[in-house]
Design a protein around this ligand. Structure first.
Ligand SMILES: C[S@@+](CC[C@H](N)C(=O)[O-])C[C@H]1O[C@@H](n2cnc3c(N)ncnc32)[C@H](O)[C@@H]1O
Length: 423
């Protein structure tokens, strides 16, 4: 299986060939097509010998080529084992061939609380859905097995409202975060919002039970177009008021699994002046539960997230200070890192090369790395391996069932605990 979820074969001349929808161990007929990376993409014609792990895909849009879930035709246990292998291989390539990688912690479908929908105005009305795999074409989604049903239920009224909304000329997008107070909608359109559009959005918010609708022209800054109530979510017991479209872990179960793996990687007690740094802290998904173990210094690049976390920590009385900092341009220095008994980092897809270079040289005894990209994890882990750190635990987590996306929580322990540490 290729990293993106295509069956991987080899052409007679040795060129890798990626066959979408083929599974490991299968014999298939396929037509090689365009170049893809070092190999060729191929189109499946038919399956000659099927894998015992092939299952009937539960979603009707899979057959249409929905790019949201590319491995729905694979038994869930096989998906979980593949994701574990991806983490194991990433660490092995980095120099940790024997890393203690646990089984994948899986989550059930039907609980994703965040949807990023593409919108198109077409001759037949509004198309709202996901891109076809490898294409700019948008599939109109009527059902989705991975999303929380409350988000799926929103699609029909959303289309009806958008059909009448002149601000959506040809295309746009809608990010919906399912908060505790309802679905929080961030609408991006290619036309400006007239006063009558705002009135329509306010009426829609009231009818559909949407606490807040924010709007932005294309990729511009978002403004609140309608608000009928608070837009809040509790993270580990603290009530957060996120900005429209803010990053949330994909599902409550996924969030709980990541928090549990991070906490399990820490020693039971950080003593003395033990402080924890939470880097790429976002809204504080990890900072808030970490505060039960010690004082937390959270660093995050997004100003709105920092404000939301500061406010929540203050209201909940948890010992978290939140600071805005671009950790790629201005990573915490080796000197600054001396203050911490443990560092947790949860970087974006690209990883955290600049910060990891300094962490690996620091006196911090424990680094817990939350990864959403095995390729970036591998590159960053190599830096720890070369500096003599060891992997103490590695937990693959699957909150993106049926897709190729793979997450992991990996704990790196310093080769020799430094003198004078607080624990
Ligand atoms: C994968 S999210 C994790 C957020 C949070 N830890 C959580 O669990 O919800 C990555 C976070 O890194 C932040 N980020 C991205 N680039 C950054 C940078 N250069 N410096 C600091 N933070 C950054 C994003 O704004 C986002 O909040």
């Amino acid at each position: 299986m290729g990293a993106a979820g295509d069956g991987l074969s080899v052409l007679p001349d040795g060129t890798p060939c990626f066959v979408a929808r083929a599974l490991p161990g299968e014999t298939v007929r396929a037509t090689p097509g365009a170049k893809r990376g070092d190999g060729r993409a191929a189109t499946l014609i038919d399956i000659v010998a099927s894998s015992p792990d092939r299952v009937a895909p539960p979603c009707p849009h899979f057959a249409q080529g929905c790019g949201g879930c590319t491995v729905q035709h694979w038994a869930p246990a096989a998906q979980a084992a593949w994701k574990r292998d991806k983490v194991r291989e990433a660490l092995s390539r980095a120099g940790y061939p024997d890393a203690p990688v646990t089984d994948t912690v899986t989550t059930a479908p039907g609980h994703r609380r965040r949807a990023d929908l593409a919108l198109r105005r077409g001759p037949g009305g509004i198309v709202a859905g996901f891109h076809r795999a490898g294409s700019a074409e948008v599939l109109d989604i009527a059902a989705c097995t991975v999303l929380d049903p409350r988000l799926v239920d929103l699609l029909t009224p959303l289309r009806a409202m958008l059909k009448r909304l002149p601000a959506l000329r040809r295309e746009g997008s809608a990010v919906v975060n399912l908060l505790d107070t309802g679905p929080d909608l961030l609408l991006r359109t290619d036309g400006s919002l007239a006063p009558s559009d705002r009135a329509m959005l306010a009426a829609f918010a009231a009818e559909a039970g949407i606490p807040r609708i924010a709007w932005a022209l294309k990729d511009g800054p978002a403004e609140i177009a309608a608000q009928i109530g608070p837009a809040t979510i509790a993270l580990s017991g603290a009530t957060i008021a996120p900005a429209p479209g803010a990053f949330l872990q994909a599902s409550p179960e996924g969030e709980a699994a990541i928090v549990a793996a991070v906490l399990a990687a820490l020693p039971a007690k950080l003593t003395g002046r033990g402080r924890i740094a939470d880097l790429h802290a976002g809204l504080g998904t990890l900072s808030i539960p970490l505060a039960a173990r010690g004082r937390v210094a959270a660093f995050e690049g997004d100003a709105a997230a920092v404000a939301a976390l500061s406010g929540a920590a203050g209201r909940a009385g948890v010992p978290v200070t939140a600071t805005r900092r671009d950790l790629a341009r201005q990573p915490l220095t080796v000197q600054e890192l001396i203050a911490f008994a443990a560092v947790v980092l949860d970087p974006p897809h690209a990883g955290a090369a600049e910060q990891v270079a300094l962490l690996a040289r620091s006196q911090v005894p424990l680094v817990v790395y939350v990864s959403c990209n095995p390729a970036a994890l591998s590159r960053d882990a190599r830096v720890f391996a070369q500096a003599g750190w060891r992997v103490s635990t590695a937990t693959p987590i699957d909150q993106f069932v049926h897709s190729a996306q793979t997450e992991a929580v990996v704990a790196f322990s310093a080769a020799r605990p430094s003198k004078g540490k607080a624990w």
